[in-house]
Design a protein around this ligand. Structure first.
Ligand code: ATP
Ligand code: MG
Length: 334
C-alpha cells in the first residue's frame, strides 16, 4: 500500500533554528519519516521577504539543510530539497495569487504582525503574497498532511480554501491537505517576551534558544528568562506565561509530564527550576550542534544530497504544474 504523504518547509531566515522550530515542527517531521512518504524543504525564496543579506542567505540555507539532517531527517527516507531548486514553486505560486482575494490575503495575522514590526515602507509585497507561495509549496506535492507549528494554522486553512476553490473553479486537481499540529510544544514563546512566539526573525535574539548556540550562551538566556514575581513553579499560561513556557520546554525534552515537574520543584525557587531547564536543553542540543558542524565541513556532500532531493521533488511538482496549466487554459509549448 502507498504511504500517505506529508510535506513541510522551514525558512533559512537565520543561521540557526530555534526551539520552537524543533519542538513545534521538525520533531514531528522526523517521526513521520517512518510511516509516511515525506517531503521537506528549505524555503529560501520565502527568506527573501525578510531582506536577508546574500552571503547570509547562502550560508543559512546550507546550515538549515545540515540542521535538518542532524535533527534526524534522513535523506534516504525523506525527499529533502531547496525550494529555489524546483522552479515549479514560482509557477504555481503565481496561479495561487490569481485565485486569492485581496481582502482574504489582508486577513493573514502573520503578515499583520510582521509588517507592523517593520513598518509599511519596509514591508515588501512578497511578504503579503507569501501565503500564496506557501500554498503552492504544499499543493505541488499533493500531501495528506502538513506538519507545522500552531502559528501556521491560518496559512494551512488558506491553502485548503485555495485548493478547494481551484478544484471547483477549474477541475479536480488538488488533494485538500490537513494541518498536522500537535498540542504539546506546538507553540514555544520568546523567553524575554513570553506572550510572543519564539521567531527566527525577531528583532532581538535575547529570547531565542538557538540550536547552534553554545551551551553557555543558552544557559545564560534561560537563567535570565522573564518570569513573574511569584515563587511557585506552576503551569498557568495566563498568570505565569514565562514559567509555563519553561515547563513546556522541560517536559518536551525530558519526557516528564508537566505535573511531575511541578511536583519536583514544589517548595524550590525559580533559580533551581531554570538551572534544571538549562541542563535538559543543553544536554539535548550539544550533540545536534556537533553533528551540524560536522556536516557543514563537507559542503560537496551536502550539495550532492540536496541535488538528489530536488530532482525527486521536481518530478512530482512538474507533473502538478502541467495539470494546473492545462486546467486554467495555458497551452503547452508543443
Ligand atoms: P520566521 O520568523 O523567519 O518566520 P520562524 O521562526 O517562524 O521564522 P519558520 O521557518 O517560519 O520559522 O517556520 C518553520 C516551522 O517552525 C513552522 O512549522 C512553524 O510553525 C514552526 N514554528 C516557528 N516558530 C514556532 C514556535 N515559536 N513554536 C512552535 N513552532 C514554531
Ligand atoms: Mg515563520
Amino acid at each position: 500500500m502507498n504511504k500517505a504523504r506529508a510535506l513541510s518547509g522551514i525558512q533559512p531566515t537565520s543561521g540557526s533554528f530555534h526551539l520552537g522550530n524543533y519542538l513545534g515542527a521538525v520533531r514531528q517531521w522526523v517521526a513521520l519519516q517512518e510511516s509516511h512518504d515525506t517531503y521537506y524543504c528549505v524555503v529560501d525564496l520565502h527568506a527573501l521577504t525578510a531582506g536577508i543579506e546574500p552571503a547570509k542567505l547562502a550560508e543559512a540555507t546550507l546550515a538549515s539543510a545540515a540542521q535538518l539532517i542532524a535533527l534526524g531527517i534522513d535523506p534516504n527516507k525523506s525527499t529533502l530539497f531547496i525550494q529555489s531548486h524546483v522552479p515549479a514553486h514560482n509557477q504555481l505560486g503565481w496561479i495561487m495569487e490569481c485565485i486569492t482575494g485581496f481582502g482574504e490575503a489582508s486577513r493573514m495575522t502573520q503578515f499583520k504582525d510582521k509588517s507592523a514590526k517593520s513598518g509599511s515602507d519596509r514591508t515588501v509585497v512578497g511578504l503579503f503574497t507569501y501565503p500564496m507561495l506557501q500554498a503552492a509549496d504544499i499543493l505541488l506535492y499533493q500531501p495528506q498532511y502538513v506538519p507545522v507549528g500552531e502559528d501556521q494554522r491560518q496559512h494551512i486553512e488558506l491553502t485548503r480554501d485555495l485548493a478547494g476553490r481551484f478544484n471547483s473553479t477549474y477541475k479536480e486537481t488538488f488533494r485538500i491537505p490537513e494541518g498536522y499540529i500537535l498540542k504539546a510544544g506546538a507553540k514555544i514563546f520568546d523567553l524575554q517576551e513570553p506572550t510572543a512566539k519564539m521567531s527566527k526573525s525577531s528583532s532581538s535574539t535575547a529570547g531565542l534558544i538557538e540550536l547552534l548556540d553554545s551551551a553557555g550562551a543558552n544557559t545564560k538566556k534561560i537563567k535570565s528568562a522573564t518570569t513573574d514575581d511569584g515563587r511557585e513553579v506552576k503551569f498557568d499560561e495566563v498568570k505565569k506565561p514565562g514559567i509555563s513556557n519553561l515547563l513546556t520546554i522541560h517536559s518536551a525534552f525530558s519526557g516528564q509530564s508537566i505535573s511531575a515537574i511541578e511536583a519536583d520543584f514544589d517548595g524550590k525557587g525559580y533559580g533551581d527550576f531554570k538551572a534544571a531547564v538549562a541542563d535538559v536543553v543543553t544536554a539535548h542540543l550539544d550533540p545536534i550542534r556537533e553533528r551540524t558542524n560536522e556536516l557543514l565541513q563537507d559542503k560537496g556532500e551536502l550539495t550532492r544530497l540536496l541535488k538528489i532531493g530536488s530532482e525527486k521533488a521536481a518530478a512530482v511538482a512538474d507533473e502538478t504544474v502541467r495539470k494546473v496549466y492545462d486546467a486554467v487554459g495555458l497551452i503547452p509549448r508543443g
